[in-house]
Design a protein. Structure first.
Length: 367
């Protein structure tokens, strides 16, 4: 296990961030916040992603106002890109950092309040490969206390003690092909917060593959031990159109039926009227994804979705627009499991356009 390396940064907010420092509001009434990262976001093929602010921010869950800028990665390294954020403990978050120049990727431990500093939680040249073709994209918790990290060509799993969990000599999910897995290697496991790779409650997995048709699909890995053969891909659903690509996923467990739930997948496309969110039924035991339903579509509200997050306390679903088309607002929805549809909350974005909501790569709700 690598020791934490404490790095302190005085956040003067380069790129003019200091001049745009947001007004600090009172904490969210629930004690929860929406944490967001602005990095190199994936918005689907053919759309233009916004230029990121390269920051980690804390938003008020009641008002959508930015409460605090927790990290400005412009002051750490000129090419660092915060890609994903997850809860760690009551005081800290974990942030997955991509670096497209040096390829020195890492996971940071960042305080939830004040400090403007981070500790290096993990640097590993095997897990976080130091080559151009292995861009890190997403990070999710697994039920056993580990972490799953998606990157362009694979998904790596860390144990709760930060050891690499492999399938033979390979990554936990490594280039699945054949059957419902798809016909090409996993050249892009798509980018999101709670999900390019979903870790189900029973320790099985779902990944989104954002390659050209027929490989723009969402696939169920029906094994608790990762991918080792095409038979592990027990079920898959293709994108609703040949020119649209999965960009983000979240999973909501059913409150009425054990071992089932709803998978929400966002799709983006350069083609008009092909940006939407679909809802699917998931059977965790049999390893199936069925019942495709268009949950929401309105190109004046959602365009180039780059991240989604679910608040299990309130049932709210947060959706970020990462392309230049809608200027990077965050929308808030409620989900009806009976009709499998989403309803927008209010008539304006939950969080309007700001420097800190540009090209959102990850979101999570935590204290």
């Amino acid at each position: 296990m690598k020791n934490f390396i404490l790095v302190t940064t005085m956040v003067s907010l380069s790129l003019g961030l200091a001049a745009c420092e947001p007004k600090v509001e009172d904490a969210s009434s629930s004690g929860q916040h929406l944490y967001i990262t602005s990095g190199s976001c994936y918005v689907g093929s053919g759309l233009t992603a916004e230029t990121p602010s390269r920051t980690l921010s804390k938003l008020n869950l009641s008002t959508g106002v930015v409460d605090e800028i927790l990290m400005d990665y412009n002051t750490v390294n000129s090419s660092d890109r915060p890609q994903s954020v997850i809860d760690y403990d009551s005081q800290n978050l974990l942030v997955l950092v991509e670096n497209p120049v040096s390829f020195n990727r890492r996971i940071d431990l960042v305080k939830k309040k004040g400090g403007n500093s981070f500790a290096t939680y993990l640097t590993d040249s095997t897990i976080l490969t130091t080559t151009a073709g292995h861009v890190v994209r997403d990070m999710v918790r697994t039920p056993d206390g580990g972490i799953l990290i998606s990157k362009s060509a694979a998904a790596e799993k860390l144990s709760s003690s930060k050891g690499r969990v492999t399938v033979g000599a390979n990554a936990f999910i490594n280039a699945p092909t054949g059957g419902t897995c798809g016909t090409t290697n996993n050249t892009l496991i798509s980018n999101t917060l709670i999900s390019a790779v979903v870790a189900l409650p029973n320790s099985k997995y779902i990944f989104a593959h954002a390659a050209a048709t027929p490989n723009n699909r969402v696939v169920f890995i029906n094994s608790t031990n990762g991918y080792s053969a095409s038979a592990d891909c027990s079920s898959a659903v293709t994108a609703p159109a040949t020119t649209t690509f999965p960009t983000a996923m979240i999973y909501i467990s059913s409150e009425t039926t054990a071992n089932t739930g709803y998978l929400l997948v966002s799709y983006s496309s350069s083609t008009a009227a092909q940006d939407y969110i679909y809802a699917y039924d998931v059977n965790e035991t049999s390893g199936t994804i069925t019942g495709a339903t268009k949950a929401y579509e309105n190109s004046s509200v959602l365009r180039g979705i780059s991240a989604m997050a679910y608040d299990s306390t309130t049932g709210s679903i947060f959706v970020a627009n990462g392309s230049t088309t809608l200027a990077n607002g965050i929308e808030r929805f409620t989900f009806d499991p009976t009709t499998k549809t989403l309803t927008r909350v209010g008539s304006v974005p939950f969080a309007g356009t700001s420097l800190y909501t540009k090209c959102i790569t990850g979101m999570t709700v935590a204290n």
